[in-house]
Design a protein around this ligand. Structure first.
Ligand SMILES: Nc1ncnc2c1ncn2[C@@H]1O[C@H](COP(=O)(O)OP(=O)(O)OP(=O)(O)O)[C@@H](O)[C@H]1O
Length: 148
């Protein structure tokens, strides 16, 4: 089954949104396959956001994502990469529809609460960056018979 990497950013952790956010993905019917509260090192942040290294906001982005704990997660489900991006809403909270995570909880693009992989390639890359294979669990969830 498809997997994606999602992360509650430092603003979401500080604003007590871990429960609210994980609850939305659980209720949708996706399966949590791994999770950890962690502080991202500078080198991991620079690698994770490597595609933005020439952007004017890169140093601000690295400083913010390393500024406090994040909640890193592995979620599994049919089309979960695209489905989770839909549930997150547009990158700029001002463009994000109500009912999406960024639409409901975000105000500025810098502090937009959540990160999610945007393609199969980035999901693979980001899952490998943040989790080792032992941290991604393969287990049975009986309620999935009622989702699929
Ligand atoms: N103009 C900007 N100023 C400050 N931060 C920005 C700006 N544009 C993007 N960012 C930050 O960089 C992150 C990565 O940008 P990207 O275009 O990859 O968006 P995204 O894929 O929706 O976000 P993410 O990768 O966090 O899921 C955004 O989530 C946002 O926090």
């Amino acid at each position: 089954m498809e997997k994606t990497f999602l992360m509650v950013k430092p603003d979401g952790v500080q604003r007590n949104l871990i429960g609210e956010i994980t609850s939305r993905f659980e209720k949708k019917g996706y399966k949590l396959a791994g999770a950890k509260l962690m502080v991202i090192s500078n080198s991991l942040a620079e690698e994770h956001y490597g595609e933005h290294k020439d952007k004017p906001f890169f140093s601000e982005l690295v400083e913010f994502i390393t500024s406090g704990p994040v909640f890193a997660m592995v979620w599994e489900g049919e089309n979960v990469i695209a489905g989770a991006r839909q549930m997150m809403g547009a990158t700029k909270p001002s463009d994000a529809a109500p009912g999406t995570i960024r639409g409901d909880f975000g105000v500025t693009v810098g502090k937009n609460v959540i990160h999610g992989s945007d393609s199969a390639d980035s999901a693979k890359r980001e899952l490998e960056l943040f989790f080792n294979s032992e941290e991604i669990l393969n287990y049975q969830k009986d309620n999935l018979n009622w989702v699929y």
